[in-house]
Design a protein around this ligand. Structure first.
Ligand SMILES: Nc1ncnc2c1ncn2[C@@H]1O[C@H](COP(=O)(O)OP(=O)(O)O)[C@@H](O)[C@H]1O
Ligand SMILES: [Mg+2]
Length: 355
C-alpha cells in the first residue's frame, strides 16, 4: 500500500535562477513545512515553473542552496532527489496501457515487473482508478488521465510531490472536483506538495500556505486567510480576489485604528501601520452595502449597471472616488440604473494598504 511516511521539509536559501540576461527567479528564501501543501501563485511569467523545476532538479540553481528533508540536494540530479512531478500536459505514453504508464518509473528504476505492476495497481486504486489499468490513455477522460499522472508520480513514493498547473487542461467543473481530490490525497498520504497555479481560487481552496509571486520575487507568503484579509500590498490584494482599488485619506491614527476619509464618508479601520496622509484602500465587492441616498456617513453613489445574479445582485456604481463594483446580497430588490444610493463599508473586506 502507498502509506503515510515521514514527510520531508523543503528549504530554499537565497535560491535564484538566471538565463543569460533574464532573471527568472531573484534570490529568495522559502521553507515548505513537512506534509504541507504550498502553492506558488502568480501571473504568467513570474517564475513559478522555474522555481518548481529547480526544486525538482530539472533546472540547476544559479545561486543559493536547496535542502529536501534536511539533505543538501543543490548539486544532485532529479533522479537522486526522490521528488516526482505531475505536468500540465500529463505526459503519458500513448502506446502504453495505463498500468504500464504507472509502472514505468519503477521498472526503469530496476524493480521487477511483477512487483512494479503490483505497486502500480495500488497506486491506481489510491487515485480511484482500480480496474482501469488495461486501458490506453486515449480511452480515459481528461480527469482520469490526470489521475493516472498523479498515480504515476505517487507510485515512486516521493519525498515531495510537485504539480505544475495540473488542472489547466480540464473544464471548470472538473477542475473544482480534481483540486478537492488532490488536496484529500495529499492529506491522506501526508506528503509534502508544491503546487503551481495562476488561479487564486484554486490556491485558496487547496493550500496550507500560498506564496504569491510577482516578477521573479515573492510578493507575500502566508496562510490563505492572511493573504486575503491582510494583503501586504495592492498587488496581492487584487491578485487574491476581486477588489476595488481607490485612493483615500488617513485623517488620523489612534493606536491601532485609523479614520479614513473616502469621499464624504469616514470609515474607522485597522491602521495596519499606516500614518496620516494619502493611502490606498482595497475594497472587496462584498464589503459594501447600499442604503437610501443621503444616509448618514455613506459615500454617495449612482447605479450605473445592475445585474440580477440569482443569489446576489451585482452593481457598478459611479462615486466621487471612482467606479466601484459591488456584490449585494439583497437580490430580491435590485436597484434601478440611475438610482442614487449611499454606500457603507464593512470593516471586513475594506483594507488599508501602503501606496
Ligand atoms: N529556458 C529558459 N530560457 C530563457 N528564459 C526562460 C527559460 N525558462 C523560463 N524563462 C523566463 O523566465 C521567466 C519565468 O518563467 P516561468 O518560470 O516559466 O514563469 P511562470 O511559470 O510563472 O509562467 C520568464 O520571463 C521566462 O520567459
Ligand atoms: Mg509556468
Amino acid at each position: 500500500m502507498i502509506t503515510k511516511k515521514q514527510a520531508a521539509e523543503v528549504r530554499l536559501e537565497r535560491v535564484a535562477k538566471r538565463y543569460g540576461q533574464v532573471t527568472a527567479v531573484k534570490p529568495l528564501d522559502l521553507v515548505i513545512e513537512p506534509g504541507s501543501l504550498v502553492t506558488l501563485l502568480g501571473p504568467s511569467g513570474c517564475g513559478k515553473t522555474t522555481l518548481l523545476r529547480m526544486i525538482a532538479g530539472l533546472e540547476r540553481v544559479s545561486e543559493g542552496k536547496l535542502f529536501i528533508g534536511g539533505r543538501d540536494v543543490t548539486d544532485l540530479s532529479a533522479g537522486e532527489r526522490n521528488v516526482s512531478m505531475v505536468f500540465q500536459s500529463y505526459a503519458l505514453f500513448p502506446h502504453m496501457s495505463v498500468l504500464e504508464n504507472v509502472a514505468f518509473g519503477l521498472i526503469s528504476g530496476g524493480m521487477s515487473k511483477p512487483e512494479s505492476y503490483a505497486k502500480a495497481e495500488e497506486a491506481l486504486s489510491t487515485v480511484g482508478l482500480k480496474g482501469y489499468g488495461g486501458r490506453l490513455p486515449s480511452e480515459m477522460s481528461g480527469g482520469q488521465q490526470q489521475r493516472v499522472a498523479v498515480a504515476r508520480a505517487l507510485v515512486l513514493e516521493p519525498d515531495v510531490l510537485l504539480f505544475d498547473e495540473p488542472l489547466s487542461n480540464l473544464d471548470a467543473r472538473l477542475r473544482r472536483s480534481m483540486r478537492e481530490e488532490i488536496r484529500e490525497l495529499q492529506q491522506r498520504l501526508g506528503v509534502t506538495v508544491v503546487y503551481v497555479t495562476h488561479d487564486q481560487s484554486e490556491a485558496l481552496a487547496v493550500s496550507d500556505k500560498i506564496v504569491v509571486m510577482r516578477a521573479a520575487e515573492i510578493a507575500q507568503a502566508g496562510a490563505p486567510r492572511d493573504l486575503y484579509e491582510e494583503p501586504a500590498n495592492t498587488f496581492v490584494a487584487t491578485f487574491m480576489g476581486e477588489a476595488n482599488h481607490v485612493k483615500a485619506e488617513v485623517i488620523n491614527v489612534k493606536g491601532l485604528r485609523a479614520d479614513v476619509k473616502l469621499g464624504e464618508a469616514i470609515i474607522n479601520l485597522p491602521a495596519r501601520g499606516l500614518d496620516s496622509g494619502s493611502a490606498d484602500l482595497v475594497i472587496r465587492p462584498e464589503a459594501m452595502r447600499l442604503h437610501p441616498a443621503g444616509t448618514e456617513n455613506t459615500l454617495s453613489a449612482r447605479v450605473a449597471t445592475a445585474t440580477y445574479m440569482g443569489g446576489v445582485a451585482e452593481y457598478n456604481l459611479e462615486t466621487p472616488v471612482g467606479r466601484l463594483f459591488v456584490i449585494a446580497p439583497e437580490a430580491h430588490a435590485v436597484r434601478a440604473v440611475g438610482e442614487d444610493v449611499g454606500l457603507s463599508f464593512a470593516e471586513r473586506g475594506t483594507i488599508l494598504v501602503k501606496p
